[in-house]
Design a protein around this ligand. Sequence first.
Ligand code: NAI
Length: 339
Amino acid sequence: MKEIKVGIVGLGRLGSVHAQNLAFKIPGCKLVAACSLVQKELDWAKDYLKVEYTTTDYKKMVDEADIEAVVIVSSSPEHCWMIEYALDAGKHVFTDKPLGCSLEECKRAEAAVERHPDKIFFLGFMRRYDPSYADAKAQINAGRIGKPYLVKATGLDPEALVESCIKFSKTSGGIFIDAASHDIDLMRWFLGGEVTEVYAAGTNFKHPEFAENGDTETGMAMLKFDNGTVAFLHVGRTAPHGYHTETEIVGTEAHIRVAGVPWKDRVMVYDQYGARQEIVENFPQRFAEAYLLEMVDFIDCIQKDRKPELTVYDGTKATLVTYAITDSFHSGKPVQVQY
Ligand code: NAI
């Protein structure tokens, strides 16, 4: 199989995970170029990952480096123009979530994908590749829970990382935009419908800074779907025990729970406090396998000229729903989702 030469933009919290997977763990590809605004990250890519070409200029990387594919893990507002630039330059594109930060940006990405049907466009909603979520979906498809009609999604960041969340809350667009797009994607995937209406609220009892920044430390939302199903979302920044991502899918015949308790591993410590197991600490730890499997699939799609299941339109829909939830949170009123 032909070796695919890849360039990556963004080497931060998540970009460094993808870059290491591309450099060391994925058969059939070679990471040859890297771009970041941070020189220290580029030095790391050269020294540790042995990347040949590094630059702070994204357009230069796309135009000059010897690459067939671009992996975009830059800050969210940069995604859509970078997608457009790479596709127009004849590259295959992987982009991490969110697709874009507004409907206009998403439409720009959609148009670029439509202009280049011969290129692979891959959207990084990696939870679909997590073995537990994939198993849940297979069980639903096999009819084991009857008709799925309710999804309850919980996504809590650990209190241990709250300071960085507070800092980020000034510019992130708020907790729903920052943290809920994976849950929206899973809800659409499991329930097989589109969101029509949302109603959101929030509470702020521990860190007033979130409210001062126009955000909230805990957010809740109810979602109605066009096929009569419903969902409930709970996102937060103050989980005392660790990184808690839990999803329940309720069907007419059975329920499925993914990570009801987010165990880190199977180790149990027996001490003066009782018998205890540790909890996952952060997203790279919880979803390490999913990040790897989605990138394996991206390279495989290019090699076999096969389109992935997720499309650019899934990205637009998730973005629209997170913005509608944010509108409802600020207005205190139910908001219809317009596609
Ligand atoms: P970060 O702030 O740690 O890193 C951002 C990186 O992008 C840096 O290397 C920076 O130099 C680079 N960058 C930004 N603008 C650039 C430009 N114009 N040209 C070249 N490089 C540029 O951010 P983090 O947390 O790694 O997030 C990156 C993206 O990944 C975001 O869009 C975020 O939503 C997404 N993400 C997805 C997750 C998932 O579970 N799928 C988890 C965390 C983040």
